[in-house]
Design a protein around this ligand. Structure first.
Ligand code: ADP
Ligand code: ADP
Length: 225
């Protein structure tokens, strides 16, 4: 199962505990939102799944296997960052396909995945542009395309829409849900925005001060009597 399971996971920076005993399961193929106020440990939790932060104690399982010591490059994850983290000197095509070149995916397969991603994310015609010559919405779509072409089973997003204006955010949410309905990866999506959580999430994990407070559907999180 391409699920993610936290068993008593703690994370400290020095003496400061920022994640305090997480116990929960993210189901295979679901869109799970990590929601909570700034500083509550959402990014740290996501980065532990990505393999970008070490786990201080406890066990993190992915696909029924403890991955605490598995490096990021071997975790079958694709990540989209808040600032997109595009390579400024690479054009759109090179940004999108960079990871596939590193993985030595054959050229024809790379071409197919690239063409599909350019089409789906409406980036045709922008292939040779550098990031600085794209709008915010286009940069965000390049970052999504770069993650999509990896065809990873785990799709991790850290406030991916927070740099967009309100109108673009609405269309980007729809794009994301559409991508997920095609591929059904396991999605973990960090946000502090309640509206975003309710429109993108199938379930919401509510965090506060390093702990999980509630894990339920948007309806049950927000419409409890
Ligand atoms: P969120 O994503 O919910 O805003 P983070 O996971 O980014 O929260 O951060 C949780 C806490 O951990 C914050 O108090 C933050 O200041 C602290 N923190 C994050 N990264 C580091 C680090 N590298 N060193 C020390 N403290 C950190
Ligand atoms: P969006 O509505 O997607 O945010 P903008 O209104 O920012 O787009 O830009 C409108 C058009 O101008 C887009 O097609 C974009 O490709 C183009 N564009 C934006 N910034 C630049 C730039 N620095 N150089 C060339 N073209 C640009």
């Amino acid at each position: 199962m391409k699920e993610i399971r936290f068993e008593n996971v703690w994370k400290s920076y020095g003496k400061t505990e920022v994640v305090k005993g997480l116990n929960f399961t993210i189901k295979e193929g679901e869109r799970l939102i990590l929601l909570g106020p700034s500083g509550c440990g959402k990014s740290t939790t996501l980065r532990m799944i990505a393999g970008l932060e070490e786990i201080t104690s406890g066990e993190l399982y992915m696909n029924d296997r403890v991955v605490n010591d598995v490096p990021s490059g071997k975790r079958d994850v694709a990540m989209v960052f808040q600032n997109y983290a595009l390579y400024p000197h690479m054009n759109v095509v090179d940004n999108i396909t960079y990871g596939l070149r590193v993985q030595k995916v054959p050229r024809s397969e790379t071409r197919n995945r690239l063409d599909a991603a350019l089409k789906m994310l409406k980036l045709e015609g922008y292939e040779n542009r550098l990031p600085k010559d794209l709008s915010g919405g286009q940069r965000q779509r390049v970052a999504l395309a770069r993650a999509v072409v990896k065809k990873s089973n785990y799709f991790l997003l850290d406030e991916p829409l927070s740099n967009l204006d309100a109108q673009l955010r609405v269309s980007a949410r729809k794009e994301l849900v559409k991508i997920h309905e095609l591929y059904r990866q396991t999605i973990v999506y960090v946000t502090h925005d309640q509206i975003e959580a309710m429109t993108v999430g199938e379930r919401i994990a509510l965090m506060n001060e390093g702990k999980l407070q509630m894990l339920d559907t948007p309806e049950n999180v927000y419409h409890r009597p």
